[in-house]
Design a protein. Structure first.
Length: 223
């Protein structure tokens, strides 16, 4: 394994280092169940999502402040959209669609595969950072400030984070493999994992930013 690969593996390892900053205790994780599931089976179970309790005291100003999270999410989704566009360009190399013909890829496909792998690896780190802050700081603060009323939704959001984290681990590994052996097979593996992660993250972001909008604005103010 390359030095960069070893460093990435260390950065995207299991979440034993994640600490609940309010209670100063490690956040327990149950990644083992998820690690055995097929990619297609991994799901955030949208049907089981509870609604957040209303915050009657919240004003429009609070809701506007709460939309900071949606703005942060949009930024991540834009970055993932750009990676997805690169993935589509590489996949379309045999017969590029009209609108993609002007976009030039390297003549060496291995270079293109490596570029995709490197962007995926970077995105994994950024997403992990975002979710670690939420799990370790934002969620506990909302739970405490809401006097337990947000316990159910926070538990659901944390459960969704475990699914996202499992996908981050898989994509990080796939990206590392692709960097070391930029073959068609490894490219397909990384591409499929990226698409699954994007689908799950998009769904999770939408739920989280909608349900926590009032609570973030009213209880936390700036995040
Ligand atoms: Fe989240
Ligand atoms: Fe988030």
């Amino acid at each position: 394994m390359s030095a960069a690969g070893a460093k990435r593996k260390e950065a995207i390892g299991p979440r034993a280092d994640v600490v609940d900053l309010v209670h100063n205790t490690p956040i327990s994780c149950s990644m083992s169940d998820l690690s055995t599931q097929l990619l297609d089976e991994l799901s955030v179970d949208e049907a089981a999502r509870p609604k957040a309790p209303p915050v009657p005291e919240a004003t429009d100003m609070h809701r506007q402040q709460g939309r900071q999270l949606a703005a942060i999410h949009s930024h991540h989704l834009r970055e993932m959209g750009q990676i997805g566009a690169l993935l589509a360009r590489i996949e379309a190399r045999e017969a590029p669609p009209e609108q993609l013909k002007q976009l030039v890829l390297s003549l060496d496909m291995a270079d293109n595969f490596r570029a995709f792998g490197s962007l995926c690896g970077r995105e994994c780190q950024v997403l992990k950072f975002h979710h670690d802050i939420e799990s370790a700081d934002m969620f506990p603060r909302i739970e405490v400030a809401g006097g337990g009323r947000f316990r159910e939704i926070v538990a659901k959001l944390k459960a969704e984070h475990e699914v996202v984290h499992e996908l981050i681990i898989r994509l990080s590994r796939a990206a590392e493999t692709l960097a070391e052996a930029p073959s068609e097979k490894n490219f397909i593996q990384a591409g499929n994992t990226f698409r699954k992660l994007e689908e799950v993250v998009r769904s999770h972001f939408g739920y989280e930013e909608t349900e926590l909008e009032e609570a973030i604005g009213y209880y936390l103010g700036l995040i």
